[in-house]
Ligand binder design. Sequence first.
Ligand SMILES: Cc1cc2nc3c(=O)[nH]c(=O)nc-3n(C[C@H](O)[C@H](O)[C@H](O)COP(=O)(O)OP(=O)(O)OC[C@H]3O[C@@H](n4cnc5c(N)ncnc54)[C@H](O)[C@@H]3O)c2cc1C
Length: 385
Amino acid sequence: MHVFTPAQISVRDTAAEAARELSKIIIDIDRQTGHSKQWWEGLHLLENAGLLRLHIPKEKGGEGADTMSLVLAQEEIAKVDGGYANIVSHEACAYAIFTHCQDEALRERAIKSMAEGSLTCIAITEPDTGADLAQMKTTAVADGDGWLISGHKRVASLAGAAGMYLVFALTDPSLGTRGISAFVVDAGTPGLSVGEADELMGFRQLPPADVFFDNVRVTRSQLLGEIGGAFKLFAQALNLGRLGGGTQALGVAQGAFEHALAYAKKRHTFGKPLIEHQAIQFSLADMATQIEASRALVYQVARWMDETDDTTSREAAKLCAMVKMQASDMAMKVTIDAVQVFGAYGNYRENHVERLMRDAKVTQLVDGPNELMKMRIGHALIRGV
Ligand SMILES: Cc1cc2nc3c(=O)[nH]c(=O)nc-3n(C[C@H](O)[C@H](O)[C@H](O)COP(=O)(O)OP(=O)(O)OC[C@H]3O[C@@H](n4cnc5c(N)ncnc54)[C@H](O)[C@@H]3O)c2cc1C
């Protein structure tokens, strides 16, 4: 039903192959916490397939892929694991933010190391700052030709594994969100430290940790965008992230559906395969239809972004919020139903569906919880977008 270019098909097939390899080790990785040796093995599968540099232009060492390819790659990986699929999206968002680094030498160094596999940590959330960024406490106080950053970040995905940190801090606390600036800080910079990896329910392969900044010195060359312009930068990169969140949900649902369909064909009760019982057949029919509807929305918005080159307008923000909310709610329902098809065995790790159900719940939270998606869509409706 969907037609792709040869380049898009090539990215999709490469990702599918990486996902097949990942599926052989994912249950073991999922049992562990943080950046275990096996977690790195899984990550290297993505890296070797070029999936962590998809959005970086070819002349800068990346794959020069379009948004549709980025979506297809995430969908394939998410059929096996939502957390790893999110890393593909996370790196594309970090790249989008890095392009705003005004210092050419730093920008080129950062993009080169990303293309070579260095991960990025985006540190915004704090103990008292979630959806409401106006509550941010981390400060960047002017000092000579630069700033001293002090504060405590939470839920920072890839902290401890990342080579670079994009940190958001108040350069002018009196201006609220318009007083937040973004800086690039290398891992290992004096004053930057990372806590233990957090223990999670879903998206366990996207381990977050606390990050502490104790008078971390940054120069003007480390500033991203304008002073006080971080909120705008973040909001723009987040649209791509939300399209990604919806795509991960789509892949997670498709993965769970495929497991449930295969099981329903081979498991027999009352003298026939499960799938020949009408209740199970109807449940699978509902799942397949809901997934296909979400896929149509995800692909349509990805194509629209490629055709218009618009990732930043209010229209883009509205569409990406719709994708994230619709697909993640769909994935939650589909994965619960997939577990049900397995009966007691849905609760067993070896059947994969329980992990995908845990991941589906996190797609409703990641890249902004769905309440924030409704607020974003509501604001667009008020403005007539
Ligand atoms: C998988 C994952 C990865 C993440 N990675 C990162 C990362 O790399 N870096 C980073 O900085 N942060 C990261 N986060 C944190 C994320 O950005 C925050 O979860 C988000 O900002 C929301 O904050 P909160 O979860 O503290 O919810 P809160 O802001 O405390 O809100 C709690 C609940 O109330 C709802 N709510 C809040 N305000 C309203 C309102 N006005 N009306 C209605 N409902 C409301 C929210 O939707 C939510 O359901 C990640 C989160 C997840 C789930």
